[in-house]
Design a protein around this ligand. Sequence first.
Ligand code: GLN
Length: 470
Amino acid sequence: LTAIKDLRHLNAFSYDITSDEEEALELAAQSEKRYKQGNPLSPLDGVPISFKDNFLVKNMPSTAGSKILRDFVPPIDSTMAQRCREAGAIIVGKTNMDEFGMGSFTLYSEKVPVNPINEDLVVGGSSGGAAVATATNQGMAAFGTDTGGSVTFPANCCSVYGFKPSYGRLSRHGVILYSSSNDSPGILAQNIDDISSIFQVVDGEDIKDSNSLSFTEPELRTSLKGVRVGIAEEFNIEELPQERIDEQRKVIDILQDHGAEIVEVSIPLLKQILPIYYTIIPAEAASNLSRYDGLKYGLQHSTVSSKDSKVDYQEYIQRIRTEGFGINVKRRIALGNFVLSTQDVDFNEMYIKAQKVRRLFCEQYNDIFEGIESSKGLQKGVDILLSPNAVGDIPKVSSIRSGEIDAIIGEYSQDYYTVPSNVCGAPALCLPMADVDHLSQSEKKPAAMYKLWGKYGMDRSLLQIGKLID
Ligand code: GLN
């Protein structure tokens, strides 16, 4: 709690400590007692963790970074928060984010978090506050959400580990919705062991999320020998700087030295991933965000209804939404409503078409892992895929603010390596190339990062392979 107070200027948290300090200290004391008696509740007992501001955490403001939900204090816990509490973890606060998770840099946030490695670099987004909190020890780990890279990209920018599980593996109950078919809770920490311990505690079906499932996985590997690592030809894009290619080469060398096999594969529809993603997510966002009308909760205008009797319902909602939503959210809602209302031949039902291409993309993705019968005979499946995690260099805040980097195109194109895992619901892990000392970066540059792509439902296997490489 002292660290959180001292590092307030980094804006990792959306409110100054949102937990009740006395309560947190009391919980810590209880946990210490349990340790002394030799019966901690779980490996998370007494561990301080934070939640992104779009998780409902009982008695803490939960606003998804939006003015429209300002001061909204939920009466219930999200399943993730509840499971952590039951395991003895201490929730230290809510982290800053791009409004409703829409964005890649956390610049669509009232209090923009500061990158502890180099303050002129973006912290990534939308779970930017979570990445800053993790990198600066404000909690042992942070829960973020990942709809299209919002855990792995900020983890990249702040040199921490980021894990996005398979869709449906971690419950979305009590997570403020963005794009329901892509949203997933995720975990940021300073090493894979911490991610695994937390994942073990919160993993598992939840009756309150009808899309959640429980999975069984084969026994975990103990070495990299024989692990088949796929590299898709579509990973090699024009925009990729030589530096990224060289870094990737180093990881390949390590893998081969340890007996892993590198396999060339192809996922042709990967090239269409941004249009697929950016057609589906605004449509789902427009639909999900239609619930914010200023009547049930969040921003309200008492003046409008009582004194100004001429203001009708439509006008009231319009005022609330105009004032309550920020620019990027409005852009996505407009785009989403457009996508959903195009029924004519020219646009040929964009949402439905995007869903069809999505299904084909998923088939191609799954085939790579399952193995396929081709003209060359049976091609065995891979265990993981390996790629860079970010396309270019981490953008500078100043370049975005001055317009040198186009904020919108820059944001969308950054997602090329991240959104595929959401579109097909598969797990993803991003990790730094070498051990990083999080607070004393001499080069003022985040560590080089790479991404491991897993098979749907094989989350623990992915974490284990990551650990073996790390
Ligand atoms: N850049 C992506 C978007 O804006 C990230 C979303 C996310 O994962 N929450 O949609």
